[in-house]
Design a protein around this ligand. Structure first.
Ligand SMILES: Nc1ncnc2c1ncn2[C@@H]1O[C@H](COP(=O)(O)OP(=O)(O)OP(=O)(O)O)[C@@H](O)[C@H]1O
Ligand SMILES: [Mg+2]
Length: 260
């Protein structure tokens, strides 16, 4: 049986399209025939709510929050729910308490998501939508995944954000003797025509990551927004035509290539 590929979609900077990329990449991988789980680790639950799982977000315990608090007491497979395109591990409003709880309990709690994921069954890919913070939830995502995709914006504020993220990754790699690999940078929500800053930034990302991982570009598209407002990705059967399908399909194909 092939291993599950677990990929964190992470950047502590807010609003850089983490959730949008998670949904559409999950859609692309599922469309290509993979068994996919999209996990929502952001307490704000944007992915869960966009995928019309508001009831799960507001549901009584046990939720992902309880599983993250006591991983040995819960089976993560029981928390996954079906969605039209792929399965979802929904976030829950209780997750707002998780960061505090993890901070209060030292270093080991950074491996709780990994413990939960060790029991996952029946998936080819797990994509994890990370929260917009560099706290212990994001550390859990980085350690549970080992592979990451980093969405960025074509703005110079993204350089500093990336610097902080890569520093945190180095800290975790040393502390836990693990390797976290970048599988791609997605310059997201790019609006044409480009101004000078955007052009320079795109060039900077391409030069900086040239030898490390692919750099993709996803343009701003109303069709992406409309698909999410309809509760799915641009790969959903009822979604309208969108030229960004090609980009997400290419990212999915690149991820499959590593999948043994
Ligand atoms: N390619 C795109 N085309 C159109 N809209 C987009 C695109 N990418 C992102 N957006 C919009 O930009 C906003 C921010 O995206 P999203 O919520 O995915 O970012 P995020 O990084 O998950 O945010 P947060 O840090 O709050 O979790 C959303 O309203 C989303 O619909
Ligand atoms: Mg988000």
């Amino acid at each position: 049986m092939s291993e599950i590929q677990t990929i964190g979609i992470t950047n502590q900077k807010g609003g850089v399209a983490k959730s949008t990329n998670t949904i559409n990449l999950a859609g692309a991988l599922a469309y290509r025939g993979n068994r996919v789980l999209a996990a929502d680790l952001d307490p704000q639950g944007y992915l869960t709510n966009k995928l019309n799982l508001r009831d799960a977000y507001k549901a009584d315990p046990p939720s992902l929050f309880d599983a993250m608090k006591e991983p040995t007491e819960h089976d993560v497979n029981d928390l996954a729910v079906e969605h039209a395109e792929f399965d979802v591990l929904p976030g829950n409003i209780d997750m707002f308490r998780l960061e505090q709880d993890l901070i209060a309990s030292g270093w080991r709690p950074r491996e709780r998501l990994q413990m939960l994921f060790d029991d996952l069954e029946g998936y080819d890919f797990v994509l994890v939508d990370a929260p917009p913070s560099l706290g212990p939830i994001n550390d859990n995502v980085l350690l549970a995944c080992g592979d990451i995709i980093v969405p960025v914006e074509a703005e110079d504020t993204s350089i500093l954000a990336l610097d902080h993220l890569l520093t945190q990754i180095e800290t975790l790699e040393k502390r836990y003797e693990v390797t976290v690999s970048e599988r791609g940078v997605i310059i997201s929500n790019v609006n044409y025509p480009l101004d000078n800053e955007q052009r320079e930034m795109i060039q900077w990302f391409e030069d900086t990551f040239d030898n490390r991982c692919p750099v993709y570009e996803v343009r701003h598209r109303a069709a992406i927004k409309r698909a999410m407002n309809a509760g799915g990705s641009i790969f959903a059967p009822d979604a309208e035509e969108c030229d960004m399908i090609e980009v997400y399909d290419r990212i999915a194909a690149d991820l499959e290539e590593n999948h043994e």
